[in-house]
Design a protein around this ligand. Structure first.
Ligand SMILES: [Zn+2]
Length: 226
C-alpha cells in the first residue's frame, strides 16, 4: 500500500533512481579510466598512504579489503581500509587513498561535520527503522500526529545524507591539496585525480536526492488524505 505496487512511488523515485544509476556508472567509468594511467613519480596507492603519514606525522592503520571502490576510513580503529584496486600504481588509486587519508585527518582534527555525522548515526538508524512503521500505523489509525511523527523520524535519513556531503567534499579537497603539496602527482596529473573524486561526490548528491524524494513522497501521502 505504501511501498509495494504504488505507481506514484515509482514516479517520485524514478528521477532519483536514474540519477543514482548514472552517478554510479560515472564513478566506475572515471575510476577505470584513470586506473589505467600510472603515476609519473611511480608511486602507488599503498606508498601514498605511507608517504602522507610520514609528511603529516600522523600514524594510521592500513587494512586491505576486497572489492573495488569499497574503501573507507574506520574511526573506531583509526584505520584506512583500502581495496585491492586502490593500492595499485595509478592516478585513480592515489586519489582514492588520499581521500581516505583526508577522512583520517578529519578524525584527528575533530572536524565538526564529521563529528556531527557520527553523533547522529544512532538516531538515523532508529528513525529509518521505525519512521515508516509509525507512519503506516498513523494511516491506519487516521492519526495526523502519528503520520507526521513517522515522517519526522524518517527524514533523519535525509539529514544524514545532507551532513555526509560536506564531510566527503572536504576529504576530497584535503586529498587534492596533499597530492599536490607532497608531489605525489604532477600538475598534469591533478585533473585526473580531480575527475575521480568529483565523480565520487556525485554519488553523495544522488543519495541526497533519493532520501529527500522519499520524504517528499511520504509528505504527499500524508497531505492527500485530507
Ligand atoms: Zn569519503
Amino acid at each position: 500500500m505504501y511501498y509495494g505496487f504504488n505507481p506514484t512511488y515509482f514516479i517520485y523515485m524514478l528521477p532519483a533512481l536514474l540519477f543514482s544509476l548514472w552517478a554510479q556508472w560515472r564513478v566506475t567509468s572515471t575510476f577505470n579510466r584513470y586506473a589505467r594511467v600510472p603515476t609519473s613519480s611511480g608511486i602507488n596507492g599503498a606508498q601514498t598512504a605511507e608517504l602522507l603519514m610520514e609528511r603529516t606525522g600522523h600514524r594510521f592503520g592500513v587494512a586491505s579489503i576486497p572489492g573495488m571502490l569499497t574503501d573507507y576510513y574506520d574511526p573506531s580503529r583509526k584505520t584506512m581500509c583500502l581495496s585491492q584496486s586502490s593500492v595499485q600504481n595509478s592516478v585513480a588509486s592515489v586519489a582514492v587513498v588520499a581521500h581516505e587519508f583526508g577522512h583520517a585527518i578529519q578524525d584527528v582534527e575533530g572536524y565538526t561535520p564529521m563529528k556531527l555525522r557520527s553523533a547522529i548515526v544512532p538516531a538515523v538508524k532508529v528513525g529509518a527503522a521505525i519512521g515508516p512503521i509509525i507512519f503506516i500505523v498513523g494511516l491506519f489509525l487516521a492519526s495526523t500526529g502519528l503520520i507526521w511523527a513517522g515522517i519526522f523520524l524518517f527524514s533523519a535519513s535525509a539529514i544524514f545524507a545532507i551532513v555526509t556531503l560536506p564531510v566527503e567534499l572536504n576529504a576530497s579537497s584535503r586529498a587534492l591539496h596533499m597530492l599536490q603539496a607532497n608531489g605525489v602527482l604532477s600538475a598534469e596529473e591533478m585533473p585526473g585525480a580531480q575527475a575521480v573524486l568529483g565523480a565520487a561526490a556525485m554519488t553523495y548528491l544522488a543519495a541526497i536526492a533519493q532520501t529527500l524524494l522519499q520524504v517528499l513522497y511520504f509528505v504527499s501521502l500524508a497531505s492527500r488524505r485530507r
